[in-house]
Design a protein around this ligand. Structure first.
Ligand SMILES: *Cc1c(COP(=O)(O)O)cnc(C)c1O
Length: 220
């Protein structure tokens, strides 16, 4: 086993353990291996273990890397976890299976337009700026309900859940609990929360998806 394969197995075990500790079914939790900045060579060991779900934060990087890799691994599912510019919406829809960073009305309208032009089925998540950080993307918690309902009711977008990235210095559990609460009151099931440093906490607070890069692939 390579180091990353050993890391991967440990992460899977930790997710399982945290799920069982809180009476959850480990199968409810989806691991997205965050492959941003890593090249094919670094990803092969994880693909060889059978893992097929990856996260990228840049549309162009994903295109360059995964168009090629998907020839050998056609079942790969890609999640966009970085900010999406409206002028790249069509390309993002063609490349990704889940766009986790729907964060503003202009992008919502654009995605709705582009989705009408294609048969590609994708899922969307709305990013919530739970820490209300100026430099971070996402709708503010107090605006989340309106934005979620606008996307679902008016634009008929396939919104499945919510995503957040807690402030670096904060205790993440408060943010995970807040995201869970917003999802519940809006009838959303999917919760993308938890990264290398805090995924076990996220699983205990209801994450259905954790996004993990460095704990598996090493430093960037
Ligand atoms: C980079 C990134 C991750 C993974 O971070 P690690 O700490 O390396 O696990 C998760 N989510 C988002 C949105 C990211 O940009």
């Amino acid at each position: 086993m390579t180091i990353s394969q050993t890391n991967y197995q440990a992460v899977i075990e930790n997710i399982k353990k945290s799920a069982l500790e809180t009476g959850r079914n480990p199968k409810e939790i989806n691991l997205v291996v965050v492959s941003k900045t890593f090249k094919r060579q670094a990803l092969e060991p994880i693909l060889k273990l059978g893992h097929r779900t990856f996260g990228e934060n840049k549309v162009q990087e994903a295109e360059q890397k995964w168009l090629e890799l998907k020839k050998d691994y056609p079942e790969v599912k890609l999640h966009l976890i970085g900010t999406l510019q409206t002028n790249k919406a069509a390309l993002a829809i063609s490349l990704f299976d889940v766009i986790e960073t729907l964060d503003r009305p202009k992008l919502a309208v654009k995605l709705a337009d582009e989705l009408k032009k294609t048969n590609k089925e994708i899922a969307l998540m709305i990013q919530v700026n739970t820490g209300e950080e100026q430099q971070k993307a996402g709708v503010l918690p107090q605006e989340a309900d309106d934005f979620i309902q606008y996307c679902i009711q008016e634009l008929k977008l396939p919104v499945k859940g919510l995503m957040c990235i807690p402030p670096f210095e904060d205790e993440p559990s408060l943010h995970f609990a807040l995201l869970n609460k917003i999802a519940q009151r809006n009838g959303l099931k999917a919760l993308s929360m938890g990264m290398s440093g805090d995924y076990q906490t996220a699983v205990k607070l209801g994450a259905t998806e954790v996004r993990i890069g460095s704990a598996i692939l090493g430093g960037r």
